[in-house]
Design a protein around this ligand. Structure first.
Ligand SMILES: Cc1ncc(COP(=O)(O)O)c(C=O)c1O
Length: 398
């Protein structure tokens, strides 16, 4: 064998992987390895033909399927109580692939308001360029439109980004099904630890795994779960779109997911403490947290959510944009960054960041959104207190 061939092919990786190099035994690793490969080999023409025609399950190519992605999808499906699941290379890809699979031009979507700014932009684009009718409505207007019907999909984000508005999944599913619409829930803010939409009648649940499911702020990803038939169809569309989550990200996300319960317990305990602290501050006009008895959606949240209310808290500063600027730049433990569900506490101003390009939003410009992390609650409260003091009670502002 020439040197050129040897460096490329010297030891057959596939054989090396399948047997223990010393004992010549089957490998028995405790954790699923990262299958960082683009393609898979076939032992025969017949096997390849069966794989391509779908007669046999066989990994072919990592855009189509890969063991790490399938493992992650199956695990989230188990947590959500679904038959099957599929992960994507972003939450937005998960949302787009779901709409692409379930709808066609001429169909209509009814969505809750508020939704994540990226979702809102996508819905606007679909209505302007793809011939899909879109209504994004809040509160009573939403429920009235739902009752009137004429929609093919009802898209529910609850709690909603960034005002934590809670929608009643059970009531929505009942009306939507009566009117022939499929119900899709974005469960990113709650996670299956706090909320299981399928239990309340939803058909499809999706997440940005970038957030709590991965939980460590080091990957971008999404996941969709639902019936086996729907996920098979979604897999077929995903092959065309090229949006499947890749092995290393799927492996990292599955790794983060193992601590979901302990993390969510702490996120939610810390968030409750912070919401109570903010409620007592004169510089704060409103606090949005589903766990607060004063929150208008608390009763629905109590019924629909379990084990607490997750780690997102939003509040409105009683001041000007200058107060907001000073508050955001005075925080020391909270980092000023978008995204959420990280181990670290993050703070953002949705009106000037995530929702800046959304068609229209109806929350105050001075709303601050906190993703409460896993640090000590007293340290986080002290950080918020000192930032409020610096923003409101120093001489620079009258
Ligand atoms: C509720 C919600 N859904 C979906 C997304 C989009 O997810 P990704 O950023 O992973 O594409 C986000 C992102 O912030 C979100 O907050």
């Amino acid at each position: 064998m020439h040197e050129d061939t040897k460096v490329v092919r010297g030891i057959d990786e596939e054989k090396f992987h399948k047997t223990d190099a010393y004992m010549n035994k089957s490998l028995n690793s405790h954790r699923l390895p990262i299958y960082q490969t683009s393609t898979y080999m076939f032992d025969s023409l017949e096997e390849a033909y069966a794989a391509f025609t779908g007669e046999e399950h066989h990994h072919i190519y990592s855009r189509v399927s890969n063991p790490n992605a399938l493992y992650l999808g199956t695990k989230v499906a188990m947590l959500e109580g679904a038959e099957a699941g599929l992960p994507f290379n972003s939450g937005m890809a998960a949302i787009f692939a779901t709409i692409f699979t379930l709808l066609k031009p001429g169909n209509r979507i009814l969505a809750t308001k508020p939704v994540y700014g990226g979702t809102s932009e996508l819905l606007t684009h679909l209505s302007q360029n793809w011939g899909i009718g879109v209504d994004v409505l809040a509160g009573e207007e939403f429920y009235e439109a739902l009752e009137r019907g004429g929609y093919d999909m009802v898209f529910v984000e609850t709690p909603g980004n960034p005002t934590l508005t809670v929608y009643d999944i059970s009531l929505i599913s009942e009306i939507a099904h009566r009117n022939g619409a499929v119900v899709v829930v974005d469960n990113t803010f709650a996670t299956p630890f706090h909320q299981k939409p399928l239990k309340w009648g939803a058909d499809v649940v999706l997440h940005s795994t970038t957030k709590y499911l991965n939980g460590h702020g080091d990957t971008i990803g999404g996941v969709v779960v639902g019936s086996q038939d729907f996920i098979s169809d979604l897999m077929h569309k995903t092959k065309m779109l090229g949006t499947l989550m890749q092995p290393f990200n799927a492996w990292l996300t599955a790794r983060g997911l193992r601590t979901l319960a302990v993390r969510m317990r702490k996120h939610s305990e810390n968030a409750m403490r912070i919401a109570q602290f903010l409620e007592g501050r004169p510089e704060v006009v409103e606090v949005y947290y589903p766990g607060l008895p004063s929150f208008p959606y608390h009763e629905i949240a109590k019924r629909q959510m379990e084990n607490g209310f997750s780690g997102m808290v939003s509040f409105v500063l009683d001041g000007t944009r200058e107060h907001l600027r000073r508050f955001m730049t005075s925080l020391e433990i909270f980092h000023f960054a978008v995204s959420l569900g990280d181990t670290d506490s993050l703070a953002t101003s949705p009106a000037l960041t995530t929702h800046a390009l959304a068609e229209d939003f109806d929350f105050p410009e001075n709303l601050v959104r906190l993703s409460v992390g896993l640090e000590d609650a007293d340290d986080l409260i002290a950080d918020l207190e000192s930032a409020l003091n610096r923003a409101f009670h120093t001489s620079a502002i009258g």
